[in-house]
Design a protein around this ligand. Structure first.
Ligand SMILES: CC(C)(COP(=O)(O)OP(=O)(O)OC[C@H]1O[C@@H](n2cnc3c(N)ncnc32)[C@H](O)[C@@H]1OP(=O)(O)O)[C@@H](O)C(=O)NCCC(=O)NCCS
Length: 164
């Protein structure tokens, strides 16, 4: 069973592992430069302190932390989501789909109208998962100066169209 729990400071241990994992980094930012404990702490604390961000730990059977889902609000009533399931053995079991659906329910009280996300066009597992949750592709965005992530597929979900 998948549930979500609001992220707390003591959960940083999971992030020290996930943010350093080369497999996850290749699928997300693409940046493989080593990160220090201090950088992890600073970024993690900043994330929790941000007023417009909602962060959840993804739990399997209410105890095993298997991933993280974030919703980063913007002032225009839209928000951007990001998800990682931290270990490959938990991929492809429906957990990501469930976590996104639960996350959308959690944030429905904040009156966001649109949820956006960016994904590498070659990350077909993620794209399939997002489509199953109601996201639609809206186009490619290129970042020619970013050698680690030169192009992303943008997807969106209109919460007003969705019965969650
Ligand atoms: C992306 C991610 C969150 C998806 O969660 P998940 O639990 O693995 O996904 P689900 O099991 O819910 O759904 C995966 C779907 O993709 C399909 N799939 C798996 N591999 C695929 C591939 N190579 N090509 C196309 N579809 C694929 C599965 O069959 C499943 O669809 P189905 O239910 O119709 O059979 C998770 O795999 C993950 O965190 N991966 C590593 C980090 C990452 O890529 N994060 C996203 C960055 S944008």
């Amino acid at each position: 069973m998948i549930t979500l729990k609001r992220l707390k400071l003591e959960d940083i241990e999971y992030f020290s592992k996930w943010w350093r994992d080369p497999v996850l980094r290749k699928l997300t930012s693409g940046v493989l430069k080593p990160i220090s404990d201090q950088e992890i702490k600073k970024y993690f604390k900043g994330m929790l302190a941000h007023k417009l961000e909602h962060h959840f730990l993804i739990l399997l059977n209410q105890k095993k932390a298997i991933g993280h889902i974030a919703f980063r609000g913007r002032k225009d009533k839209s928000c951007e989501t990001q998800i990682i399931i931290g270990e490959e053995k938990y991929w492809g079991k429906g957990y990501g789909t469930k976590a996104i659906k639960l996350g959308l329910k959690e944030i429905s009280r904040y009156n966001y109208k649109k949820i956006y996300l960016k994904v590498r066009p070659e990350n077909l597992r993620a794209i399939k998962t997002y489509k199953k949750c109601g996201f639609r592709a809206i186009g490619l965005k290129r970042y020619p100066k970013n050698k680690f992530l030169p192009v992303v597929l943008k997807m969106s979900l209109d919460l007003r169209d969705k019965d969650i």
